[in-house]
Write a protein that binds this ligand. Structure first.
Ligand code: HEM
Length: 325
């Protein structure tokens, strides 16, 4: 049911699990939902509460009812189901580690930065350890905490987790991946041209910079000038999808979220939530948002560090943890 406090960290299993997750996630195109699952597990953290697991955070309590049934978690049981066969194969990897690992791998496999994740998280063991509903941010008025603006709401929620303005802006950049679906969150359109035809430009595949070979939607399909194995496996473009994405290439992790939100004339086919728009409207957030729109390397560097912090919120480490692999 979960890793006991005294369980040791099994580095061999962690490494093998990470290797397997890479293709497992990429071949299914489930990168976005893995990122969202991990964020919704850690994002319940309250820095004012000392006791574990009452303080919330990355403890895998999201796998139990009632937490998985919270309104904010609508649709995330799909991600838990996908992870179950992997958990069975690597039983010494705690659920909390597996959820965070899947998210970091999903980002790296989609072309994002490496995230210096550490392992050895202790699992919550039952429904009585679930976090109460209402800890995750709302995307639009009226905000459940009565905040007067999206920016105030984000600061209240992320501040409760001990995160800063820079963390808020960097982490919001995860919306470069994925979609909103009306039947899950109530946000987004039923379908757009970027979900109907699948992620990526609708006319032609992007080309590798070194050759005329087309690029797969998850990375290079092969390039004569590049040494070593292909960077990422090629996966068929998933067409006929539903929902509304924030970006055109919604299975590619880059800084396009910021570039799209920044545009004076936005593409009506792409989603901008009030909490996304405020990143360019609020004086405290704007410098970071502008920097990330202009400089992908700066975004990747900050994202990587903020994501690691998010992945460790509220964590109780088992004996031998935390470890890097
Ligand atoms: C800043 C406050 C945030 C708000 C208000 C927010 C809100 C939302 C909403 C409404 C959706 C659509 C869910 C659906 O309909 O399935 C969504 C999806 C998503 N969110 Fe956020 N989010 C926030 C922050 C974050 C953070 C911090 C991350 C990760 C670090 C993240 C990652 C994602 C991803 C990857 C998806 C796409 C999921 C999918 O395609 O299945 N979000 N978010």
């Amino acid at each position: 049911m979960g890793s006991p406090a005294g369980a040791a960290v099994n580095v061999e299993q962690l490494r093998a699990c990470k290797r397997e997750l890479f293709d497992y996630i990429n071949s299914r195109g489930c990168n976005p939902i893995m990122v969202r699952l991990a964020w919704h597990d850690s994002g319940t953290y309250n820095k004012e509460i000392a006791e574990w697991p009452a303080r919330g955070g990355a403890n895998a309590s999201i796998r139990f009812k009632p937490e998985i049934d919270h309104g904010a978690n609508s649709g995330l049981s799909v991600a838990l189901t996908l992870l179950e066969p992997i958990k069975k194969k690597y039983p010494d990897v705690s659920y909390a580690d597996l959820i965070q690992m899947a998210s970091a791998v999903a980002i790296e496999a989609a072309g994002g930065p490496q995230i210096p994740l550490r392992y050895g998280r202790r699992d919550a063991t039952g429904p009585e350890q679930c976090s109460p509903e209402g800890n995750l941010p709302g995307a639009a008025h009226p905000f459940p905490d009565g905040s007067p603006s999206p920016a105030a709401h984000l600061r209240a929620v992320f501040g409760r987790m001990g995160l800063t303005d820079r963390d808020i802006v960097a982490l919001s950049g995860a919306h470069t991946l994925g979609r909103a679906r009306p039947d899950r969150s109530g946000f987004g359109k039923e379908q757009t041209r970027y979900t109907a035809v699948g992620p990526g430009p609708s006319t032609a595949s992007p080309r590798c910079a070194h050759s005329a070979k087309p690029r797969g939607f998850f990375g290079f399909s092969g390039c004569a000038a590049a040494s070593g194995p292909p960077l990422r496996p090629v996966t068929p473009r998933p067409t006929g999808q539903t929902g509304q994405s924030w970006t055109v290439n919604w299975l590619e992790f880059d800084n396009s979220f910021f570039r799209e939100v920044q545009k004076a004339k936005r593409d009506a086919e792409l989603l901008v939530l009030p909490t996304d728009a405020c990143l360019f409207e609020d004086e405290g957030f704007r410098p970071y948002a502008e920097q990330y729109a202009a400089d992908q390397a700066a975004f990747f560097a900050d994202y990587s560090e903020s994501h690691r912090r998010l992945s460790e919120l509220g964590v109780e480490w088992v004996a031998g943890g935390p470890v890097s692999i």
